[in-house]
Design a protein around this ligand. Structure first.
Ligand code: NAG
Ligand code: NAG
Ligand code: NAG
Ligand code: NAG
Ligand code: NAG
Ligand code: NAG
Length: 218
């Protein structure tokens, strides 16, 4: 008897999370950014390859690095990508906003190991849901899976002032508020806006948040 009462808020949270990443989208937008923390065994050439771009194209989104050939270890870079409206395999009406990056699977790889290359911008579960191969049955060689990185194009119902969003994976100890402060969002009104863009994420310490970064596309 208590079950439905417990389930209802959980379902509401799910619905909220879905709308954050454009659940029910009909179109996407040309540009989104993702914050990528460079791991020890990675470099910008490798990361650019993951996203099928030339790393030099990232210069305008990384003004803090005057020379992309010299990026400090453990630094974050902004990666740019088109934010498309995609649908779940076999469910054309279940749409969501994301960048989709083909990844050539090597022998023995799993959704977990593949997600591990992407700086927490996606999860093994999300890869399993957005690809047609079941998690326990990814063909071993020569196939590509789509690495799905959620993004946002904003929401005119919340504000028309923001059109470019940064997908940011919360890192150890971070919250929406602490990340927001780093991007100069701190007033109560600004925090209220951020919570509207990130329903259900106000108290989380893991998962993706979407930070509005520019009024217009570059
Ligand atoms: C991406 O967004 C969908 C909803 O649109 C959500 O179900 C999924 O968990 C999100 N994935 C990640 C890695 O946050
Ligand atoms: C960049 O990383 C890749 C993959 O780890 C490696 O093969 C390559 O040698 C690295 N390049 C440089 C310039 O360090
Ligand atoms: C990434 O983009 C954000 C928002 O535009 C900006 O504040 C930050 O400085 C950029 N990072 C780098 C490394 O330039
Ligand atoms: C990914 O998330 C896990 C769990 O929150 C964390 O321990 C790890 O440091 C994160 N990695 C990166 C690159 O942010
Ligand atoms: C990856 O995406 C493409 C284009 O949407 C689709 O045709 C293909 O089936 C997807 N691959 C997997 C493994 O789901
Ligand atoms: C804020 O930015 C600094 C410098 O980029 C970084 O070291 C720190 O981890 C960031 N903190 C949060 C909460 O994002």
């Amino acid at each position: 008897m208590a079950l439905p009462a417990l389930l209802a808020p959980a379902l509401l949270l799910l619905a909220a999370a879905a709308s954050a990443a454009g659940g029910g989208c009909r179109s996407g937008c040309d540009l989104a950014l993702a914050s990528f923390l460079i791991a020890r065994n990675q470099n910008l050439t490798y990361i650019a390859q993951l996203f099928s771009i030339d790393y030099r194209s990232l210069a305008p989104y990384n003004p803090q690095y005057p020379n992309l050939d010299f990026i400090p270890a453990d630094a974050s870079v902004n990666v740019s990508f088109p934010c498309g409206c995609h649908s779940l395999p076999g469910a054309p009406s279940a749409t969501y906003l994301a960048g989709s990056f083909p990844y050539l699977v090597r022998s023995g790889e799993t959704y977990e190991s593949i997600a591990g290359h992407f700086s927490n911008l996606t999860t093994p579960d999300w890869l399993a849901r957005t690809n047609s191969y079941p998690a326990n049955n990814i063909p071993d060689t020569g196939v590509r899976v789509n690495v799905t990185v959620n993004c946002s194009c904003g929401d005119p119902g919340i504000s028309t002032a923001y059109g470019l969003f940064l997908t940011y994976p919360l890192r150890d100890g971070q919250t929406l508020a602490s990340v927001a402060a780093n991007y100069s969002f701190s007033s109560p009104a600004q925090m209220d806006l951020l919570r509207q863009y990130n329903p259900g994420m106000a108290t989380n310490t893991r998962g993706l948040v979407f930070i509005p970064v520019k009024g217009e596309h570059l």
